[in-house]
Design a protein around this ligand. Structure first.
Ligand code: R5P
Length: 258
């Protein structure tokens, strides 16, 4: 790979690169770009709408590499002094970064894309971790929300214990999550919502990674429509443009860069 950066006419540079699949290629391209810009004395803000490896923020089993820490180290070594990303799975995943890190919340813009498309909306978070996202979305859509409590057995199988305060009968349930990878989490929640009397089930996630058979897995259980943000391209979903959220965030924090 060979990267060539343009002549700079300002020392403040914002580099935008999302690091979805092929993540190593996208990441390396970003590193080369930032490294060259930093050699030219640029003050670099990297906007990485989808930050690869952010979900691997600890060793889940002994010996597993904490991948996000290595990614953050590499970005800093390449000259990134400010990093902005969108709804990482856990915000403390960025705590390790040696520069400044900022998080853009796309949940309200995503919710605006859904708004008006459902007759009896009801927002559902597929686990407790998704509660904030669901709460934000419900405040925009102006509807009720709840979350599902999952249990994991000794063999790692996940099943649903119950939904808190949820009466899904006659509702058009919209499941909100930060990311859809295999689609398994959404499929489980959708099956539950239908079993509890939902009229229809849609899904919305900030990052549509859509690995494996994710789309079909969700379609099979009756997910009617899919919404996502443009942090990762995916043509089978209705996509909300979150670039203004990022631009506003940069504007708002501008003083910090100067
Ligand atoms: C987990 O806590 C996350 O918020 C997502 O629910 C999960 O990563 C989605 O993964 P998948 O689509 O493979 O179930």
């Amino acid at each position: 790979m060979k990267v060539k950066v343009p002549e700079l006419n300002d020392e403040n540079v914002v580099v935008v690169q999302s690091t979805y699949s092929p993540q190593e290629k996208n990441l390396f391209e970003l590193l080369l770009t930032c490294h060259e810009l930093s050699r030219r004395k640029a003050k670099i803000t990297a906007v990485i709408p989808y930050l690869a490896y952010a979900r691997q923020n600890r060793s889940f089993t002994s010996g597993e590499a904490v991948s996000v820490d290595m990614v953050l180290d590499m970005l800093h070594a390449a000259g990134v002094r400010r990093l902005i990303t969108v709804n990482p799975h856990k915000s403390d995943a960025l705590a390790y970064f040696k520069g400044k890190a900022g998080i853009v919340d796309a949940s309200k813009t995503l919710a605006r894309a859904v708004m008006g498309q459902l007759d009896e909306p009801f927002v559902l978070a597929p686990d407790k971790g998704g509660l904030n996202l669901a709460k934000n979305a419900a405040s925009v859509i102006k509807c009720e929300y709840t979350h599902i409590e999952k249990i994991r057995d000794n063999y790692g199988n996940v099943s649903i214990k119950k939904a808190h305060g949820g009466g899904f009968k006659g509702k058009d349930v919209i499941i909100f999550d930060d990311v859809i990878s295999t689609g398994g989490t959404i499929a489980l929640a959708a099956r539950y919502a239908y079993a509890e009397g939902a009229t229809s089930v849609c899904a919305a996630a900030v990052h549509l990674l859509m690995a494996d058979e994710a789309y079909n897995r969700m379609k099979t259980v009756g997910v009617v429509k899919l919404f996502g943000a443009n942090t990762i391209p995916f043509e089978k979903a209705e996509i909300a443009d979150i670039s203004s959220d990022i631009a506003e965030f940069i504007d708002h924090e501008k003083k910090e860069y100067d």
